[in-house]
Design a protein around this ligand. Structure first.
Ligand code: FAD
Length: 141
């Protein structure tokens, strides 16, 4: 079965609270492990950027559930493509905390020093994800 990668960005809905991110991660890790989806979730307190990889069927089903989740809005797909191998196979859903989204990384992959996924090309979003993965290796959160 084909492997695909999907990267999207979104912003929190009104009323999003600190417990929501824990709930999202707990559910994501459990459900992704069940259908062999892997990836990373970045969050800076207002915006999400997430990479999902796995079989086309599993990634599409996961993205469909995510699209229907009222805890976030303005969900924009940045990248969807077939891939030959996974790049985030260590994580059913790794979490990148705000502290890892540093000014040098933001400057390297976008035109601003703030984390602004909407200002990134698909290629830059993917490369930022890989840089964040490398900064997290051996630290499964
Ligand atoms: P149920 O848990 O049965 O919930 C039914 C509906 O209510 C769903 O539409 C659900 O989105 C919504 N819902 C559930 N809890 C809440 C709540 N506390 N407040 C408001 N609405 C709620 N899921 C994954 O499987 N894998 C992922 O990688 C993943 N990443 C996510 C990233 C983000 C940024 C967000 C916001 C959600 C993510 N989710 C992920 C969660 C996903 O949206 C679903 O909530 C989850 O998969 C459970 O789906 P379900 O159909 O079993 O819904």
């Amino acid at each position: 079965m084909y492997l695909v990668r999907l990267i999207y960005t979104s912003e929190i809905s009104d009323g999003f609270g600190p417990n929501d991110i824990e709930d999202i991660l707990e559910k994501a890790k459990k459900k992704n492990a069940e259908c062999n989806v892997t990836g990373l979730l970045c969050f800076n307190s207002t915006h999400f950027m997430q990479c999902l990889e796995g079989s086309r069927k599993a990634v599409n089903a996961t993205y469909h559930r995510i699209l229907n989740d009222k805890r976030h809005r303005n969900i924009i797909m940045l990248n969807y493509c077939e891939i030959a191998e996974r790049e985030f196979e260590k994580w059913s859903m790794g979490y990148i905390p705000y502290s890892k989204l540093t000014t040098p990384l933001n400057i390297k992959y976008s035109g601003t020093s703030d984390f602004n996924p909407l200002a990134m090309s698909a290629g830059s979003a993917h490369k930022l994800m890989l840089a964040l993965r490398d900064s997290m290796l051996d630290k499964v959160i």
